[in-house]
Design a protein. Structure first.
Length: 255
């Protein structure tokens, strides 16, 4: 597990994924490149050729938004901008039109010139996908809160709100032996990202296949921390520790 020598920098979606790409062992980030609005506006044909060359061995890609407007330190606008999946890599016209649509979804604002579009390998082998929060978003309670879809095989149903999702809460200090293989693999991947970024207040988009291999699509900081109740995590930890000790004593007495 490689921890970066310098402080981890959370930038746009693309910049953050780039910073993580070489540092992860418990998960991987599907191959991608990203293009700036400036380059797209001035070198459209050349950029399309570069994209097709980069993804020459991939049948389908997804065009995803990446902007400073999405993931700020104070607020997030997650899901507000466009992503277009299932694009045929060889269909140059459709690929270019999709990239145009994603850039246009940023609207007309001063920061549009700094926006980016990610063109990423489309992941097809999906048994579960979703969003994992490393603390409860409502109050900061010390749980991994995993909202997931294990029915459709899509990677964006949770973030797009297109399906009824399932949710599981896993206590942050829980032993791995009480967790299923797929959630165990996910928690290992999340803990590694926490270590690499030196941050345990994260919002992570993921997918898992039938071999329990974890793919990461986005990592952003949780922005709700100012609203959390101070001391709640400590009280929950003390309560759970007390329950564990109480149950342990009772089991010992019965034996």
């Amino acid at each position: 597990m490689l921890k970066l020598a310098t402080k981890f920098y959370f930038g746009t979606k693309a910049e953050t994924l780039t910073a993580l790409t070489e540092s992860l062992n418990e998960s991987s980030i599907p191959r991608f490149l990203f293009i700036s609005y400036e380059n797209w506006s001035s070198n459209r044909d050349k950029t399309l050729s570069e994209i097709q060359a980069f993804h020459c061995d991939v049948e389908k890609v997804i065009a995803r938004s990446s902007s400073k407007l999405e993931d700020g330190d104070v607020a997030t606008r997650a899901g507000e901008f466009l992503s277009i999946p299932n694009l045929q890599t060889k269909n140059r016209k459709a690929l270019g039109e999709a990239i145009d649509q994603v850039f246009n979804s940023f609207g007309e604002n001063p920061q549009k010139k700094d926006s980016q579009v990610i063109v990423q390998e489309m992941i097809i082998d999906v048994s579960m996908s979703g969003v994992a929060l490393t603390h409860s978003l409502k109050d900061g309670a010390p749980y991994y809160v995993i909202n997931y879809d294990d029915q459709t095989g899509a990677t964006d149903t949770v973030t797009s709100g297109r399906t009824i999702n399932k949710t599981i809460y896993i206590y942050r200090n829980n032993s791995q032996k009480f967790i299923s293989k797929r959630f165990g693999a996910l928690i290992k991947a999340i803990k590694e990202i926490e270590f690499v970024t030196d941050n345990d207040f994260l919002d992570i988009e993921f997918s898992i296949n039938k071999e329990f291999e974890v793919k990461i699509f986005q990592v952003r900081q949780i922005t709700a921390k100012p609203n959390w109740e101070k001391g709640l995590a400590t009280r929950i930890e003390e309560t759970i520790t007390g329950l564990e000790e109480n149950i342990g004593h009772r089991l010992s007495d019965e034996n």
